[in-house]
Design a protein around this ligand. Structure first.
Ligand SMILES: Nc1ncnc2c1ncn2[C@@H]1O[C@H](COP(=O)(O)OP(=O)(O)O)[C@@H](O)[C@H]1O
Ligand SMILES: [Mg+2]
Length: 368
């Protein structure tokens, strides 16, 4: 078992009489992994980082660091460093002094500081930039200085608050790669914040999807992409078709006016549900070969695939990603495998969802 480094137990944060910012949040962070907090602006991501760093205290609940409660431990006594979105570098200091700053405050020996600063700069590929003014560094280079300044302190955890959002797309991809590599080499726990779902999927060992101060779902990128537990997650992560339907019985679901075999079970008979079908899981066929028929209302070429939008007889909209071309105005058929249908219950919590999934695997092992 990997060991837990940070734990939140029923943490709530509220400023004055304002609406609750974090609502009874519980989670565990394991040592040495890359975590991402993903969610729309204002959902509480930065607040979680500030609570971990000790810049603010929870209104209620407990925060543990290596098993010890740290609610009252000030920021400078925690083994945590933060990389801020705007880098927060000292503009009047050169690269070397920016990175050395924290070590000087700790009154470390000059020779020791020199060794550590050079090591940190080499980690972020900035050897030879020691004497440069911060103003003369590009956005990507400033980002690297900010990271060097965090790792030079050898913290147990590095918090990164949307560190890439100011960079242009190409540099952003490159820095995603570098950050991930850096985390692997250092073996330090990274907690990274973004509102960009692609970035989260590409970089993380574990993702926490957050909305309105609550963790909606946590898991590996694959778990979350393949088995979103509710409409918010399905909608926020990747593109989805979300269709209203009814769970007729175990393994039989009805939507778009038809019944289909599916792999889900454990709901009530005739329970109203929503199904998710990913656009890339739909195959285009002739109308009579299709399980569902749609009329194509628009088509865009996206480089690797066509993005086809259509509507079925019941008025549901369908997005399809296909290497085959369709024609606007034409009727086409759609085929999909039972495994492509993801059934979601209304208001199912992550805990209840996990329990239901566990019962599937138990059944499977029973059968063997
Ligand atoms: N110091 C503060 N005082 C009052 N409200 C705050 C304060 N800091 C954050 N908030 C509110 O808490 C909510 C979550 O903010 P934040 O954690 O910064 O979201 P995110 O980082 O996900 O965009 C927002 O509605 C924000 O206005
Ligand atoms: Mg924020």
């Amino acid at each position: 078992m990997a060991s837990t480094i940070i734990q939140f137990k029923n943490v709530t944060k509220q400023y004055g009489q304002d609406p609750v910012v974090l609502d009874n949040v519980s989670f565990e962070i394991e040592k040495g992994k890359f975590y991402t907090l993903l969610g729309p602006s204002g959902c509480g991501k930065t607040t979680i980082l500030r609570l971990i760093a000790g810049f603010t205290e929870p209104t209620s609940g407990e925060i543990f660091f290596n098993g010890k409660k740290v609610n009252d431990i000030p920021a400078n006594k925690r083994q945590v460093n933060t990389v801020f979105q705007d880098y927060a570098l000292f503009p009047h200091l050169n690269v070397y002094e920016n990175v050395a700053f924290g070590l000087r405050i700790k009154k470390m020996k000059k020779s020791e500081i020199d060794k550590k600063v050079k090591e940190a700069l080499s980690f972020v590929n900035l050897n030879g930039y020691e004497d440069r003014d911060i103003q003369d560094m590009s956005g990507g280079q400033k980002q690297r200085v900010a990271i060097a300044r965090a790792i030079v302190n050898e913290p147990e955890v590095i918090l990164l608050d949307e560190p890439l959002s100011a960079l242009d797309l190409k540099l952003r991809y490159q820095m995603q790669y570098e950050l991930r590599e850096l985390q692997r080499r250092l073996g330090i726990t990274f907690i990274f914040v973004t509102h960009d779902q692609e970035e989260a999927l590409a970089m993380s060992d574990e993702i926490f999807v957050i909305n309105k101060g609550k963790i909606q779902q946590s898991g590996t990128p694959n778990d979350i992409y393949d088995e979103p537990i509710n409409r918010f997650v399905a909608d926020f992560i990747g593109e989805s078709n979300i269709i209203q339907g009814t769970m007729i019985e175990d393994y039989v679901v009805e939507f778009a006016g038809k019944r289909f075999a599916c792999v889900d079970k454990g709901m009530e008979r005739n329970e109203p549900i929503e199904v998710v079908l990913r656009p890339e899981d739909l195959e285009i066929t002739s109308p009579d070969q299709g399980l569902i028929q749609i009329k194509v209302i628009s088509q865009l070429f996206r480089g690797v695939h066509y993005e086809i939008l259509g509507v079925d007889e019941q008025g549901n909209e369908w997005m399809v990603h296909s290497t085959k071309k369709a024609q606007v105005g034409m009727e086409i058929g759609l085929r999909f495998e039972p495994e492509a249908i993801h059934v979601m219950r209304f208001n199912e919590s992550e805990e209840e969802f996990d329990k239901r999934l566990e019962s599937y695997t138990e059944d499977e092992s029973d059968g063997k």
